[in-house]
Design a protein around this ligand. Structure first.
Ligand SMILES: [Zn+2]
Length: 275
């Protein structure tokens, strides 16, 4: 906006400079649009692409090396329950970026995610592919409605948001700030909505795997293996074994936040939560 005002001022004072002022405006818009199409960019506001570093004063012992497994687009009645079983078998926790209207349709599953020690985060209400084209009010509605459904269903207030397909625009950051939500993208993803090869997905997720990584998988919209299984169900047990071998503990984003320097306020139950 400052650039637009500046360009208007310059054009009034120096009309013959118009090719330069116009070029500056175009470059600005290209930069903003490009940043919105680049999910791991920090140019449009704070964006977790890794877990925050552990506070040096946190506790007396050294925090174990950790990664976050994030699972998007559920809850899914066919897949999510089985994902929860696999996580239980490995004593692992994950963060589920849930779609609001799916939480509404599968409330028991959403409650099971939280009851079994995992975290639910906000992945918008409808998961619109046009989310990044919405204005500030449209974005605020999508986010607030998902936030409300998650809260009334699970009793938990979501602290993290991921945009559908990771795409956004400059209106998103002020909306997230007002809603007290932190944007999270990922360190690497397996493209498991596209590829049904468990080996390929696992290879993308575990390449250069290291402390602080945020990994992205999908329980909703999961691609199928040649045998017809949702690919996450073949990938997840192997991924969890690889993490154990690498001595990396899977933790939720909330746990990562709490062990980092900025300790959030304790999560309070939402009054009137349905049980
Ligand atoms: Zn998604």
């Amino acid at each position: 906006m400052a650039l637009h005002a500046g360009a208007a001022g310059v054009t009034l004072l120096q009309p013959h400079w118009w090719p330069w002022t116009l070029s500056a405006l175009l470059a600005d818009h290209l930069l903003l649009a490009g940043s919105g199409l680049w999910p791991r960019s920090n140019l449009l506001g704070p964006n977790w692409t890794h877990l925050p570093p552990v506070a040096s004063t946190a506790g007396s012992g050294i925090a174990p090396a950790a990664v976050a497994i994030t699972i998007d687009d559920g809850p899914d009645p066919e897949v999510t329950g089985r994902v929860l079983d696999v996580l239980d078998e490995h004593d692992a926790t994950a963060t589920f970026f849930c779609i609001g209207e799916r939480v509404e349709r599968h409330r028991a599953l959403a409650r099971a995610i939280v009851a079994r020690g995992h975290e639910i985060a906000n992945h918008s209400y409808r998961h619109l592919m046009s989310f990044s084209l919405l204005g500030p009010r449209g974005m605020a509605r999508e986010i607030a409605r998902a936030q409300q459904v998650i809260g009334e269903t699970t009793g938990e207030i979501a602290r993290f948001f991921r945009a559908p397909a990771g795409l956004r625009n400059p209106f998103l950051e002020p909306v997230l700030t007002r809603a007290n939500l932190q944007l999270v993208s990922w360190t690497r993803r397996g493209f498991d909505t596209v590829y049904g090869s468990a080996g390929r997905v696992l290879g993308s997720l575990t390449r250069d795997l290291r402390d602080g990584d945020i990994l992205l998988l999908h329980d909703g919209h999961a691609a199928r293996t040649p045998s017809g299984a949702p690919v996450i169900l073949e990938v997840l047990p192997q991924l969890l074994r690889a993490l154990t071998e690498a001595q990396l503990t899977p933790i939720t984003l909330r746990a990562a936040f709490e062990r980092a320097a900025a300790i959030p306020a304790p999560v309070s139950a939402v009054p009137g939560a349905r049980s």
